[in-house]
Design a protein around this ligand. Sequence first.
Ligand code: HCR
Length: 378
Amino acid sequence: RAGEAVPAAQKSSWTSFMKSLAGFTGDLSAMTAPPFILSPTSLTEFPAYWCERPELFAAIADGKTEQTRALAVLKWFISTLKGQYTSRNESMGSEKKPLNPVLGELFYGYWPANEARGGKTTLVVEQVSHHPPITAYRIENIAKGVILTGHNAQKTSFSGGSIIVKQVGHAVLTVSLPSGQTEEYLITLPRLRIDGLWYGSPYIELAEMSYIQSSTGWLSTIEYKGKGYFSGKSHTFKATLTPPPHGSSEPTVIEGTWHTNSKDVHTGAVFHDVTSPKEEVTVAPIEEQSEWESRKLWFGVAKGIREGDFETAATFKGKIENDQRQKRCDEATANKTWGLKHFQYIESDPVYEHLGKLFKANPPTEDAYVYLNNGPPS
Ligand code: HCR
């Protein structure tokens, strides 16, 4: 029934939220939503989902051929989807509205070194724009020579009772090989549909296609479907890894559900399996964090949301917002703009342009944030 998961006291504010969605396009993050749907986690923490199986990230470097490395990249990518798109449902019962990061907000973390994954894997995240919200990130396992750099923004609209989210941005994975050569992989992102709004219990379904284009010519095309398409199951995908043009190898076809497991269609061998536990990122204790670090910055708000004390949450949020307004005002007076700490903006990413041409990426060019190699010492 409509609104069945909405607490009684918040039904009317959920109805108003739903009404405000109709005909809406733009920046959902700034829209006021009822307290029961608020998450205590900032969007700057989300890039950590890329590496919650650090051994799969590291294993990319162990592939002996261009084909096996392209397959390892595909396996790692598919294995991140469960975390990226179903974590909030698992930990909080439904998809929630994350905290909208402030400009300059930072999130640092790491996954410790061990034998299986070689060295330590580090994460540096910076909120590089507030309006629209854009988050830039860098993940590196230097010992293995595997690096991921990317940025993420969203364009939202409302259609047929669902929120449609177009992910704007891309990621580039580089692998430095023992031969001294470097392989690059351009990763594009799927479209999301937020379903279940009618019941007050949102969840994500992925739609359309995303691509992983290797500089070696290997291309993964991933097609996403929900209930009632390929197999009648939610979270279904079909990925095809095709060889470079004029290559003699056969394509590899993988089918399954991204939140559980998948198989190679021709051999029947298991391809990915994410039914085992993942490893969350390790973060410094709050007392050791700077004022700009996510968990320290949002501490009061997050505590209020977790404890159901929304007045306290709103007071702390108001303080952060006032502080931001003041900063923008001071900058305007001093005729200055905010300087980024870890990234530098470029209007057109040469890797996107070059690799995107090979599969006719749309749009043909995209901007990017180049990492300045100045994250916290590891
Ligand atoms: C759309 C979304 C904010 C963006 C989140 C992104 C796309 C961020 C990048 C990550 O790599 C993957 C990711 C996963 C999330 O599913 C997605 C969020 C889901 C909801 C949130 C909206 C801004 C909030 C909508 C409010 C609803 C729940 C009522």
